[in-house]
Write a protein that binds this ligand. Sequence first.
Ligand code: BGC
Length: 373
Amino acid sequence: MKKILVMLLVFSMLLAMTACGKAPAPTTTEPVETNTVDVGIVLPTKDEPRWVQDETRFTEALKSTDYSVEILFSQGSSAKEKENVDALIAKGIKVLIICPQDGGAAASAVEAAKKEGIKVIAYDRLITGTDAVDYYVTFDSIAVGEAQARYLVEQATGTGNPLYLYAGAASDNNAFLFFEGAWNVLQPKIADGTFVIKNSSEAVALQGNAKLTRDEMGKIIGQVTTNWDFNEAKNKAEAHLTSAKAADKGNVFILAPNDGTARAIADAFGADTAVTSYKVTGQDAEKASVQYIIDNKQSMTVFKDVRTLVKDSIEMAVAILGGKEPQTTGSYNNGKIDVKAKQTEVVVVKNDNVKAALVDSGYYPASDFTNLK
Ligand code: BGC
């Protein structure tokens, strides 16, 4: 009887094996083969169109590689980011491409990767205060801020023009680079009276300084940060408008750090009856902002062609996987080391070149927009 039962058991196991086409899970204490992913990509959040755009472009570009890749999102949390990195390490990645949620907090995640011999590429945002970053792919972020400020300067005539400053998150090294670039161009125009800062006592206190230290920038950013959050941007703009006198309004000029915050700030200024007109900057060429530009609700954006950044980081990863040294064009100091970097240029987009820059270049189809000229 026992023999028959054993035979039946073996027979049913064999049947199960053929039915699913593979052997049952190993029952030994041998570790299960986990080296399943070559390149891990970690992006900050799905809640901003910018990073969804990066995911889309990565997915498109990766169709042609033989390496296996996994993309994870950190949803605005450094803890989730660390979990993502640990999960990818467990899957045996050899290269980690990571855009940190918080440039300083990400150090521990990349240090864990470095310990396992994984090469780390910081993507768009630098990881600071650690030697565990091997490479950095980035846009020219100082040029982004300079382009935003140059636009405002070009639009302003006479003196005494009200200027409202807004910045990104202080946990993002880029927020400092954007602000530094903007200050380079705006400060002489504040000093000569073209603009008058209306919403930051810290910036007013420092307006005589052509160059700001990181600490000085930190003081201004601390006051006018949006934290890259649309609601925070809107609330802050509304609070500034509530405390501003009618004389501080009229034809206003607004430095907004990116597209999401630009739309939020533009909506707040647009709703204030004492604001006769506003010029507002942005960056990322997000679809919603491109439509705002076509509709004259946002004045400009800085187009950062994510296809180039994606291509550069994949080329770097492929070089590393092939045992070669990736190509770089310069370096960025992260507070601890000089990180070898590859940098990409940016393009200014206004109402008159939306089609040429964004549609004719194949970045977006014309059908994504209404009233495109
Ligand atoms: C990126 C911008 C983005 C911002 C908010 C920055 O680090 O460079 O493109 O708009 O983060 O996510």
